[in-house]
Ligand binder design. Structure first.
Ligand code: TMP
Ligand code: ASP
Length: 258
C-alpha cells in the first residue's frame, strides 16, 4: 500500500491529497480541543459521527442550492472534498446568547437575541482567533468586499435552513461557525462552503430540556460527549437500527489491532 501525502493536519481533521487534481480527502479524527487548544482530549467515535453528520448537512444544503466543497463520503472517517483556498475568517452566526458573547456582553446564556448576529473571527491560532470587524477584513485584505457579502449572505441562508432542520428534531440551533473557501476556475474564484458542520462547531440544545448536545459537553467537563453527538445523529436519522457506526468502527479498528 502506498502512503498518501498529507497536505495539512488541523486540530480535528487531516487533509490528504485526493485521487484527482483539485480534490482532497478530509479525515475526521477523534481529537477534541477547546479554548484555542489549551484543553485537549479524545472523544472516541467523534470523527465517525462528525463525518456522517457533516455529510448529511452539506448534502441537504447542496439540495437547496448552496455551493460547497463536499463531493462524497468515502468511508467511516473520510470524505472526498474539493480543494479550496480557505478564507482566513471564521463566520459565527448566533440566534441565542451563549459562550463568548454571553461572557463579553454579560448576557445570560439562553437569552434569545433580538435578531440574528453574524460575527467574524480572524483565523490565527497564535492570536487565539480574535474577533474582527468587516473594516479589519477589508483593510488587511483577508477577504474582498464582495466575498464578505457572499459569506454573510450564505451564513444567513445556512442559519435559516439549519434552524428549521434542527427545530424539526427538537433541537435549538443556538450558534455555529462556518468556514468558506475560494474555488478557482480559470481566472475567477468563487466562494463555497468548506470545512465541516457538526456538533464540534455548533451549539445544539434540546428544545425541551435545554440539554447540551455539542462540544460544550467537552469544553465544560459535562461528560457524555459521544452520547450527545450520537443523539444528534440519531435524531437526524443517521443511526440505522443495529448498526451504530461508532461501535462498528471501534470494533473494526480493534480487530486490526490499532
Ligand atoms: P463562542 O461562543 O466560543 O464564540 O463560539 C460560538 C460558536 O462558534 C460555537 O458554536 C462554537 C463555534 N466555534 C468554533 O467552532 N470554533 C472556534 O474556534 C470558536 C471560537 C467557536
Ligand atoms: N476548537 C477551538 C480550539 O481548539 C475552539 C473551541 O471550539 O472552543 O481551540
Amino acid at each position: 500500500m502506498t502512503r498518501r501525502r498529507q497536505v495539512y493536519e488541523g486540530k480535528a481533521k487531516i487533509l490528504y491529497e485526493g485521487p484527482e487534481p483539485g480534490t482532497l480527502i478530509q479525515y475526521f479524527k477523534d481529537d477534541a480541543t477547546a479554548f484555542n487548544a489549551q484543553k485537549k482530549g479524545t472523544i472516541n467515535g467523534k470523527g465517525v459521527l462528525n463525518n456522517r453528520i457533516s455529510e448529511h448537512i452539506f448534502t441537504l444544503l447542496g439540495a437547496i442550492g448552496m455551493p460547497h466543497h463536499f463531493i462524497r463520503r468515502l468511508n467511516m472517517r473520510e470524505q472526498l472534498i474539493r480543494q479550496v483556498e480557505i478564507v482566513p475568517i471564521e463566520v459565527v452566526v448566533r440566534n441565542v446568547a451563549a459562550g463568548s458573547l454571553s461572557k463579553r456582553l454579560g448576557i445570560e446564556e439562553g437569552t434569545p437575541l433580538p435578531r440574528t448576529i453574524v460575527e467574524y473571527y480572524y483565523k490565527d491560532d497564535a492570536l487565539g482567533d480574535p474577533m474582527v470587524s468587516d473594516e479589519h477584513i477589508a483593510a488587511f485584505g483577508w477577504a474582498g468586499q464582495e466575498e464578505l457579502h457572499e459569506m454573510a449572505d450564505m451564513a444567513i441562508r445556512v442559519n435559516d435552513f439549519m434552524s428549521g432542520l434542527f427545530a424539526g428534531i427538537g433541537i435549538r440551533l443556538v450558534d455555529f461557525k462556518l468556514e468558506f473557501g475560494r474555488l478557482y476556475e480559470n481566472d475567477f474564484s468563487r466562494i463555497i462552503l468548506a470545512d465541516e458542520i457538526s456538533p464540534d462547531g455548533a451549539r445544539l440544545w434540546d428544545m425541551t430540556t435545554n440539554e447540551k448536545l455539542d462540544k460544550d459537553r467537552f469544553r465544560r467537563d459535562l461528560g457524555g460527549e459521544v452520547e450527545a453527538y450520537q443523539e444528534v445523529a440519531r435524531r437526524l436519522g443517521l443511526l440505522p437500527e443495529g448498526g451504530d457506526p461508532v461501535v462498528v468502527d471501534l470494533e473494526s479498528r480493534r480487530g486490526k489491532g490499532k
